[in-house]
Design a protein around this ligand. Sequence first.
Ligand SMILES: Nc1nc2c(ncn2[C@@H]2O[C@H](COP(=O)(O)OP(=O)(O)OP(=O)(O)O)[C@@H](O)[C@H]2O)c(=O)[nH]1
Length: 653
Amino acid sequence: MLQTRLACAAWRWHTSAQWTRHCPAMALSSSSRRSYVIRPAEGKRGEVDISMIPPERIRNFSIIAHIDHGKSTLADRLLELTGVISKTGKNKQVLDKLKVERERGITVKAQSVSMFYEYKGQQYLMNLIDTPGHVDFSYEVSRSLAACQGTILLVDAAQGIQAQTVANFYLAFGEGLSVIPMLNKVDLPTAEPERAAKQIESAFEIEADRILKISAKTGLGIEQVLPAVIEQTPPPPGSAEKPFKALLFDTWYDTYVGVVCLMAVKDGSICRGDRIVSSHSGTKYEVMEVGVMHPEQTPTTLLRVGQVGYIVCNMKSIAEAHVGDTFYRDRFPVEALPGFVPAKSMVFAGVFPIDAGEFDRLNESIQKLTLNDSSVSVHKETSAALGQGWRLGFLGTLHMDVFRQRLEEEYDTNILITSPTVPYQIKYRDGTSKFIRTPADFPDANTMNDYVESTMEPFVISTLIFPEKYLGSMLELCTTHRGELQNHTFIDESRVMLKCRLPMAEIVTDFFDKLKSKSQGFASFDYEEAGYDASDLVKMEVLLNGEAVDALAAVMHKSSVIVAGREIASRLKDVIRRQLFDIIIQTTANGKIVARETVKQLRKNVTAKCYGGDITRKMKLLNKQKEGKKRMKRIGKVDLPHEAFLTIVKRSE
Ligand SMILES: Nc1nc2c(ncn2[C@@H]2O[C@H](COP(=O)(O)OP(=O)(O)OP(=O)(O)O)[C@@H](O)[C@H]2O)c(=O)[nH]1
């Protein structure tokens, strides 16, 4: 420990020109050497010590692309090429570590990995950050880009440019990153690399002859990828002589070591035993471990300027890790980095434990999971129907669904989640305003006119890219969702890019499903926020046997009330099981009843069909019924299944 500390201290005295000669690694015992020596690719000679790599030979880069264009598969090939994982032929999206990612085949969490690569006789440290493609996770992309100097823009040669290709290109361009264009999937019979290259040329003003053509699946052209990254990405800026300064850009919770912070070191170096300070809170911490992802957490002696690695320090509470925070060495304060614009929640949903006794455990699970996903906002909420819970804010409905799945699978929780709603804004006559995250807080229809000046809803500018033959149906889709066409342009002879201003609430419902079905899967879609506008909003309430259920209330545009009111009542009728009494379902808006349905009473004896005395069969049926009841919530006298709370969001044509 002391040895490491001395080595680290000695290290700081050396200029970058002297560093190889006086590398502290040389002073360490062979046992401590093991912790920072990483083997290069199979068949290559020797071992590589990460502290031996000067910043000029570090490249921090990411891969950005539209969903499914092959980022994670390309990452697999690069990890194989550099010997981080062996070439078994079985590696599939190795960096998609979460169960939810493997099940859904999508990346939801950016992952970083350090690799060594020999180029022109020199060892390079290549830090790759694999990012998600879906718009709901673009916050992960923008945070990751802050740790990089270059990015591979990957485009499927068969599909060409899609909506998220455009959005991610502009994110990288805005960050000033060097963009390395590549066409993937050239092995596909449907690939049209020349056409896709032309699209890249016309949309992003990138010369077609700069674009590499590869197949991440077959490995074709893979050997050109890292040389292109080295040639086209500048080394990380920063100085070895300046005091330590690092950007915290990701965190997660590790069962063994607790809070792990992923940092990009902007200046100086840090090692175990050092004391660091958070610019955000001023709290001091002792560094317990530093290391790189290779692909798992691999301890190293130090992290130095230009590197991307993790730090474990004695953070007691998970709330202390503030993504975007700048850390510096105790007694060597630095100017804080600008950090990140906080993620803005676009949809909110209530989360409640099915069993109220589970509240504390669920609270802890939510805290741990939000540490791994800082874009989720958390507020406590109490519902008359569902008791104590939380109102969580997400970046979109896929984000919400992934969070729910992770909460249930990784933390073994049994939760009830309500229909998502967008944040509405209420402007009052006294000049004040308020954001409404839950429909239950929407002003009462009877008294609203006395004190409310206007109700506002959030809008987005959406980008749709699709083959020309779908132009008519795409325009119709936008107008039926209260969209306002802004413009449309051709990105090549037969593909259209359409920009349209839409209320965010329309996207939360079923816009994406309809887009896919109306374009037979050929349209892609992305959006960015575009502020608030006044809108004629109404609160719809649901009454069960005359009792309003706050957790089922929804806010909607006046024009949707009749259709939505009928649909909600009829969907609830479909999902509520018959009980020992009639259940009257009513939907109301502005104090008027919009629709009414009845679930007729039924005495249900699940074992009735079991003639004879087969007790095991009876038990099986009773257990099955009990299992179903676990997901029920009793509202007054009525048992509501989980699906009842999600009926508000779905809408048919
Ligand atoms: N034929 C062919 N298929 C490929 C190639 N690269 C990737 N794929 C396939 O394309 C699908 C998506 O690949 P991923 O690597 O998961 O794509 P991704 O961009 O990481 O996806 P997200 O992270 O969810 O955005 C998988 O079924 C891959 O096997 C390629 O070069 N050729």
